[in-house]
Design a protein around this ligand. Structure first.
Ligand code: DC
Length: 226
């Protein structure tokens, strides 16, 4: 099989990973894999069954009944398929964000999803974003970038995104939820969010999207042919 390139982007919620990774993937002709969406799908599945994401036995009992697939439509957009049903839109709520963070702490859940993520990277040039891509999923990724921004900046971005979509949002509440997710994602035992030793850290607090893309292309261009 021909060599495939992989770019791992990790960082906390709201650092701009998905917006940036999607655009870069489009420009580079890479496949974009949003791994957060996979954990969200698991959280959504358990939610429908009424299983709390903190219920270790419940998660263990029902996880085998779930199949998760990733599909791409003709525009290249990623769709999440839960037991044959497209749940791409259903998983984008604040409630599922919190539940995904809790569900992702279970080892059984992470183990179940590991191969599927690696498999995409084996077959395609990928830009994959998440929390443990550079550390666990693709430890040999050609490029690793750790995207950060202050929690205030990340909360404001999320707030503006929701307002632009015509949804109701309150900044202090969003900030609280982001900081809670940061805590959960960095303090769990299995594959916690952390910068890989060989990742380049990029703080996007004072950059706009164009600025982040330019900085990322520079980092990527030093490692792989663009
Ligand atoms: O990137 P996101 O906000 O869609 O991710 C939702 C949650 O899923 C996040 O709070 C933690 C978890 N997650 C993870 O544990 N590992 C990943 N590679 C991606 C997401």
């Amino acid at each position: 099989m021909a060599k495939t390139y992989s770019i791992a982007i990790d960082g906390p919620a709201g650092a701009g990973k998905s917006t940036i990774a999607r655009r870069l993937a489009e420009e580079l002709g890479y496949c974009y894999v949003d791994t957060g969406a996979i954990y969200r799908t698991v959280a959504y599945f358990l939610d429908l069954l009424g299983v709390s994401p903190k219920d270790v036995d419940g998660v263990r009992r029902y996880i085998d009944e779930l199949t998760v697939e990733i599909e791409y439509d003709e525009t290249g957009a990623q769709h999440m398929i839960m037991n044959g049903m497209d749940v791409t839109k259903d998983i984008r709520t604040q409630e599922i964000s919190q539940k995904a963070s809790l569900v992702s702490a279970h080892k059984e859940v992470r183990d179940m999803l590991l191969d599927m993520q690696r498999d995409v990277a084996r077959k395609h040039n990928v830009i994959m974003d998440g929390r443990d891509i550079g550390t666990v999923v693709l430890p040999k990724a050609d490029v690793k970038i750790f995207l950060t921004a202050s929690s205030q900046v990340r909360a404001r971005r999320r707030y503006e995104e929701l307002i632009a979509k015509g949804q109701k949002a309150e900044l202090p509440q969003i900030l609280k939820e982001i900081e809670q997710r940061d805590y959960q994602d960095t303090h769990r035992e299995v594959a916690p969010l952390k910068k890989a030793r060989d990742a380049v850290e990029l703080d996007t607090s004072d950059l706009d999207i164009a600025g982040v893309i330019a900085a990322m292309k520079k980092i990527i261009g030093e490692k792989i042919p663009l």
